[in-house]
Design a protein around this ligand. Sequence first.
Ligand SMILES: *[C@@H]1O[C@H](CO)[C@@H](O)[C@H](O)[C@H]1NC(C)=O
Ligand SMILES: *[C@@H]1O[C@H](CO)[C@@H](O)[C@H](O)[C@H]1NC(C)=O
Length: 350
Amino acid sequence: MALLFIFLVASSCSLVVTFAEEEKNVLLQVTERGEESFVMFMNKYGKKYGSREEYIHRLGVFLSNMKRAAMNQVLDPFAVHGVTPFSDLSQEEFEAFYTGILPSYSSNSLPTAPQLPVDGLPPDFDWREKGAVTHVKMQGACGACWAFSTTGAMEGAYFISSGKLVNLSEQQLVDCDHMCDVESRTDCDDGCKGGLMTNAFEYVREAGGLEDENSYPYVGTRGECKFEREKAAVGVLNFSKISMDEDQISANLVRNGPIAVGVNAAFLQTYIGGVSCPLICSKRHVNHGVLLVGYGAKGFAPLRLGNRPFWIIKNSWSDRWGEHGYYRLCKGHGMCGIHTMASAVVTTEA
Ligand SMILES: *[C@@H]1O[C@H](CO)[C@@H](O)[C@H](O)[C@H]1NC(C)=O
Ligand SMILES: *[C@@H]1O[C@H](CO)[C@@H](O)[C@H](O)[C@H]1NC(C)=O
């Protein structure tokens, strides 16, 4: 897919040069090649469109996403950008369906994690290798990323305290959790329309726990709350926000388990693999909730700078996106706001 995408870029460059001479031919060629790769995309991801109009519309969106992928590739040279399962969605559709974290976040009123020593942290660390991370889930066309980030952090914390790995219920959060932020009272958890992980931890603490995925399965639309207290599997003892220092985030990750974080998803729709380290990515436009599960010391090597560290991030867009559902992002620069919303949780038996 990456090769195909480079080919597309090359052909659209030659389009500019030869446009005057062979206008029609070249244009036709590019459209055909573009359509060829669109058909390959449809086959690979089992896409079907209801009408000819819809097909033509989605083809246009796909082609403009290929241009955006080419731009992202230039801005983000250590990652690979190209065709992904989301290449037929406009950026607006994509953000509405697949992200879903609320824009503001109380930085003052939440309990703050104590400063932890950072000397002696392992250079590489991955909770997946220790069995603390469930399979990659799929939020579907529902802006409930925040619920998946919440369950991921609780699953990890519960594994650390009990030795048991349990899939926890995102659907309970989507249906039942309307908790509002303590400072900005209008930022309330709202099913597929967005939420905050710290609100959700508070909801779970007050509700008495989360059921597991078998007793309260994910459907991906907001419905009536069916939570039954006696079916709760895991509760929240306490949680805290972590300072914006990425070494503190590492120390908390090693001690408490996977960490709930927010990130600016601007480069995610076209991401295929590698370490993402964009030249420009706003730290303020955090719009997606994900889970830090580990970090590495040596992920990529810009010229003369030696090897550079990265975060390992679990997403909730199925294992067909990214690196089997995971994303790597360069560490130590507050890249894409990854350091702005980190929180840790401690669980209990419900
Ligand atoms: C979580 O659910 C998935 C999908 O149903 C399943 O394959 C996996 O084994 C479950 N994991 C645990 C730890 O129960
Ligand atoms: C939970 O509370 C304990 C005891 O007050 C504290 O030491 C710990 O840092 C807290 N953990 C989190 C993640 O908030």
